[in-house]
Design a protein around this ligand. Structure first.
Ligand SMILES: *[C@@H]1O[C@H](CO)[C@@H](O)[C@H](O)[C@H]1NC(C)=O
Ligand SMILES: *[C@@H]1O[C@H](CO)[C@@H](O)[C@H](O)[C@H]1NC(C)=O
Ligand SMILES: *[C@@H]1O[C@H](CO)[C@@H](O)[C@H](O)[C@H]1NC(C)=O
Ligand SMILES: *[C@@H]1O[C@H](CO)[C@@H](O)[C@H](O)[C@H]1NC(C)=O
Ligand SMILES: *[C@@H]1O[C@H](CO)[C@@H](O)[C@H](O)[C@H]1NC(C)=O
Ligand SMILES: *[C@@H]1O[C@H](CO)[C@@H](O)[C@H](O)[C@H]1NC(C)=O
Length: 547
């Protein structure tokens, strides 16, 4: 560390400092191990990162170099992925089975990535098997650099709140259920930062009366939308998935799986203890977790009367409609967010993706446009890089339209190509009865519209082409559609997935291959030296390096 600093000092004196090198480095060495804890009162095996459940928070600033040497002490292959980190030019660090060979038991792998031109609230999670059901996730916050204006006063403190549904069954048992065609069914409960609130009365956070705090709330669960609220306090929304929002005030927020929200909470109530509440949405039996927040000097326990949750879908849809991008606020760069006029860019392609389910090989498979994705042994990115894709997968098995009823259904790697730098509209159609939540790696996108029934070109008349909040994860209500727009300007192999984890595991995902025709370092990094090789690319000669 000292040597790097000295080198940087020398280089900067010489005025030679490369853009890549001037950003500070943060180093982490993390052991991944099993542990036993009882989040719902029953001892169970969980995955610890650096001995912790949830894992440690990463606290960094835009463009920092994050170097994480991850040691896998589990008995299974393992990977971490970074939900919402865009890895510009660098899908090599994305940590999905389509981009990285797994870290085998007893091995280690060093991730090196930068939250380039990003700010906001994210999380990391284990991407293989059903590891996410055992933990292995943690918070990830990207602070604004000094001198970049933030559209609110610095809060007195900054709290990470990871909420999620939770199962008491072992992750291997859950996986076997899915592998044998059954469902993981309903969760056993809900956790807030790894606790349900049943057996733990110690305060999660402490606030001083008169001060204002930032709460970053992410849904790290497997399948359930949650409503978040704080007894007697309002939530002033300031950020969604890395974008600054118009600062509306809410009593509660619906947080769908994979999404992150930042709110400011003023400690403006009588000194006392209060409950944070996270409860399940859209389920017959509501599950609830609580955590205590304590004002300094409080000796008053929280009122047992919890604030009520909203009911029904319409409330949730209307809340989404109220979210607005703050066009004059800055994000990671000094220029205002609204200077990117996405509404005036012409669409070059519309991709409609419909989810479906069908039985195959004794399992219930989930699909997008009739193809249920499976991960080949060779990561798609490596197969493409080594020009070995012919042996591993076929591009564009699906069309830009959902297949007609009765068309054949396929289980295969699902890889779409998108032309570099084109502006594309994606319409998610959800003909099923349960909510969907979709995440796209490598990008943020503008969710411009949502509505019940079938999308038609007429639906575009209702689009928000001015101030939709740019984000990385969006919900699609039952029997409804959601439309997003984005520019595919980040070369790489990117996972587009259902965040509903049994659906993801059983095929409701695909990869989008974005190749820069220039094949230049300007657009994409070469495979890093420490990248593992596996499957069909073991022993192949390296392709010509990008320069
Ligand atoms: C990680 O595990 C190794 C091997 O058990 C041990 O030597 C090392 O101290 C551990 N590191 C941390 C940070 O716990
Ligand atoms: C996180 O980073 C910010 C900015 O560098 C710093 O002010 C803050 O104290 C850090 N917080 C924690 C919990 O480390
Ligand atoms: C594994 O860790 C060692 C340091 O302990 C490091 O030198 C090596 O590069 C790491 N391996 C990978 C593949 O990143
Ligand atoms: C938008 O951001 C600006 C900072 O550029 C801030 O002054 C303003 O209050 C914000 N507007 C709303 C409605 O939140
Ligand atoms: C978008 O398309 C319209 C009509 O199809 C055309 O007039 C306009 O020049 C295009 N704008 C851009 C920025 O290409
Ligand atoms: C890539 O592989 C194909 C055969 O699969 C071959 O025809 C082509 O020449 C190869 N391209 C390069 C650049 O090696």
């Amino acid at each position: 560390m000292a040597r790097v600093a000295l080198l940087l000092a020398v280089l900067s004196v010489m005025g030679l400092m490369a853009v890549h090198a001037e950003d500070p480095y943060l180093y982490f060495t993390w052991n991944v191990t099993y542990g036993t804890i009882s989040p719902l009162g029953v001892p169970q095996q969980v995955i610890l990162i650096d001995g912790q459940f949830p894992g440690p928070n990463i606290n960094c600033s835009s463009n920092n170099n994050i170097v994480i040497n991850l040691f896998n002490y589990l008995d299974q292959p393992f990977l971490l992925s970074w939900n919402g980190i865009q890895h510009r030019k660098n899908s090599w660090q994305d940590g999905m089975p389509g981009t990285n060979c797994p870290i085998l038991p007893g091995q280690n792998f060093t991730y090196h990535w930068q939250p380039k031109d990003q700010i906001g609230s994210y999380f990391y999670f284990p991407s293989l098997a059903l590891h996410k059901a055992a933990g292995g996730f943690g918070g990830l916050r990207v602070n604004s650099r000094l001198l970049i204006p933030v559209p609110f006063d610095p809060p007195a403190d900054d709290f990470t709140v990871l909420v999620g549904d939770w199962y008491t069954k072992n992750h291997n048992v859950l996986r076997r259920l899915l592998d044998s065609g059954r469902s993981i069914n309903r969760p056993a409960g809900v956790l807030i930062n790894g606790k349900s609130g049943e057996n733990d009365k110690e305060p999660l956070f402490t606030m001083e009366a008169g001060k204002t705090y930032r709460y970053r709330i992410c849904n790290v669960g497997l399948k359930t939308s949650l409503n978040f609220r704080i007894q007697s306090h309002t939530l002033k929304l300031v950020e969604i998935d890395g974008s600054h929002t118009v600062q509306n005030v809410y009593d509660s927020l619906d947080v769908h799986v994979g999404q992150c929200y930042s709110v400011l909470v003023a400690a403006d109530q009588p000194v006392g203890d209060y409950y944070i509440v996270a409860s399940t949405r859209f389920m017959k039996t509501v599950q609830t977790a609580t955590a205590v927040i304590r004002y300094v000097g409080s000796s008053t326990p929280p009122s047992p009367v919890l604030p009520e949750a909203p009911v029904g879908w319409a409330w949730s849809l209307n809340q989404w409609r109220s979210f607005r991008w703050n066009l004059t606020a800055s994000a990671a760069r000094p220029n205002p967010q609204g200077s990117y006029h996405y509404g005036s860019i012409n669409i070059t392609r519309t991709i409609k993706l419909a989810n479906s389910r069908f039985p195959a090989d004794g399992k219930l498979r989930f699909a997008l446009n009739g193809v249920s994705h499976v991960d080949p042994e060779t990561p798609l990115k490596l197969a493409e890089y080594f020009n070995a894709s012919d042996a591993v997968f076929k591009y564009n098995l699906i069309a830009d339209e959902p297949p007609t009823a009765g068309a054949p259904l396929t289980v295969a790697p699902n890889v779409l190509t998108a032309e570099f730098r084109t502006f594309i509209e994606i319409v998610f159609e959800n003909p099923e009865k349960s909510i969907q939540s979709y995440h796209l790696d490598g990008y943020s996108f503008f969710p411009v519209g949502m509505g019940p029934g079938k999308w038609t070109p007429e639906s575009r008349k209702g689009y928000n082409l001015l101030d939709a909040v740019s984000r990385h994860t969006i919900q699609v209500y039952p029997g409804s559609w959601t439309a997003i727009m984005l520019t595919f300007d980040n070369a790489g192999m990117w996972n587009l997935r259902s965040e509903i984890w049994e659906r993801h595991y059983l095929g409701q995902q695909l990869y989008i291959s974005v190749v820069s025709p220039a094949r230049s370092l300007r657009d994409e990094y070469n495979m890093p030296d420490n990248a593992f090789r596996c499957g069909a690319v073991v022993g192949l000669p390296l392709p010509p390096l990008y320069v």
